[in-house]
Design a protein around this ligand. Structure first.
Ligand code: ZN
Length: 276
């Protein structure tokens, strides 16, 4: 076997986002207990990071502090996963509500550094608010996942990093194939990856049918990848997936492509996670 050319692969799973409900797939975990149970399976399958959103009793996206806290506590008790709380919320919300869970000191939080059109409407991220979130994450030792829906968002992330609002190594996550935003194409991904600074880490999120090709490109190019039902409900055409199945497939692909998969503690060292 040739010498390993790339660092170990960090797999993120996003079991539940803001849209799909149990009416769309029975496999989506929308309560804290279901999310913890699903998280354990994904950890056992090889995921290092778990990114999640909160839902209310009607499965609508919310910013419920207790939901975030219960899941964080449960995952820390039963797994070694790096726990990443989403600050993403499209409806009007006070910036303090989006970042409130920072004082739980999760390992990571997502940081949306620019605005984008989502299928249900604009998703504004005011530059002043973005700086505020980044400052809070520094204050509480939380590692940001810099979500890039566009090339310009990479520059926005670099700007924050240069001003000391994001610590080394910055972790860029390319979000591709949202219907109203940047489509997935290998050349777009190559260009985005070429734009990040030396020493930065990156990952890729492919929405819908782009999940499989995008994550495979992430493996091949020496980056990292995210799977899960937040981004894609299907294992293959017309066949619903579970979160653990999607993680297992990335692990198998990584094996075939000779990328070793990082354990959560190896990923902690690579990302220089301060909390947990
Ligand atoms: Zn999310």
């Amino acid at each position: 076997m040739p010498p390993r050319q790339h660092p170990k692969l960090i797999i993120t799973v996003a079991p539940v986002g803001s849209y799909a409900t149990t009416a769309d797939t029975p496999h989506i975990p929308v309560t804290p207990d279901a999310l913890i149970e699903d998280g354990i399976k994904c950890w056992e399958a090889g995921a290092s990071i778990l990114h999640y959103h909160a839902r209310d009793k009607d499965q609508k996206p919310c910013l419920d502090y207790d939901f975030f806290a219960r899941v964080l506590e449960g995952l820390r008790k039963h797994t070694r996963l790096i726990v990443q709380i989403s600050t993403g919320f499209r409806s009007p919300a006070h910036r303090d509500d989006r970042i409130r869970a920072v004082d739980l000191r999760p390992d990571m939080m997502s940081l949306n550094v620019g605005s984008v059109n989502l299928p249900k409407g604009p998703y504004p991220n005011d530059p002043a608010d973005v700086e505020y979130y980044a400052g809070k994450m520094i204050e509480y030792g939380v590692k940001p996942e810099i979500e890039c829906f566009d090339l310009s968002h990479i520059y926005a992330g670099i700007g924050l990093w240069k001003r000391g609002l994001i610590k080394d190594p910055p972790f860029f996550d390319m979000v591709m194939n949202i219907r109203t935003a940047l489509p997935y194409h290998p050349r777009h991904l190559v260009h985005m990856v070429d734009t990040i600074p030396e020493g930065a880490l990156w990952s890729v999120i492919g929405v819908g049918p782009a999940q499989l090709p995008a994550t495979t490109m992430g493996i091949i190019m020496g980056g990292n990848c995210r799977v899960g039902l937040e981004d894609n409900l299907f294992y293959r055409y017309n066949e619903l997936a579970t979160n653990a199945q999607l993680v297992e497939r990335v692990v198998r692909l990584a094996g075939e492509l000779q990328r070793e998969v990082a354990t959560p503690d190896e990923a902690r060292a690579m990302l220089r996670i301060e909390n947990s």
